[in-house]
Design a binder for this molecule. Sequence first.
Ligand SMILES: [Zn+2]
Length: 122
Amino acid sequence: MNKKRKERIECHKKLCEWSKLVRQRDGNQCQICGRKDFIISHHIIPKELKQFALDLNNGVALCRKCHKYNFSISPHRNALAFCFWLQKVKPSQYDYLKSFLEPITKPEEAKLGGDEIRTKDL
Ligand SMILES: [Zn+2]
């Protein structure tokens, strides 16, 4: 197995563990509607920004409908409404993430990204 493939598999394992921990923290329940089936862990800041990929504060448990299909609040269908919801329902999580995203208003100062996945939360 080549090095790149090995790294991809290791990364997948870490993301699976992150997902499991987020769902456990949130009681295996959709944090928007309360459903307990088809629960996934949503990355609030995209996991492609690797510094947040394994940060438990960057995850929220959602059902499939609230995750992708609910036009009134889904982070994939109505990102602004989802942000308002997050701010109101999970203010400490919102404030934590906001502290990293504020530099985006000045893109030249943004320090998002990076090559290493943070593992401190796992
Ligand atoms: Zn839901």
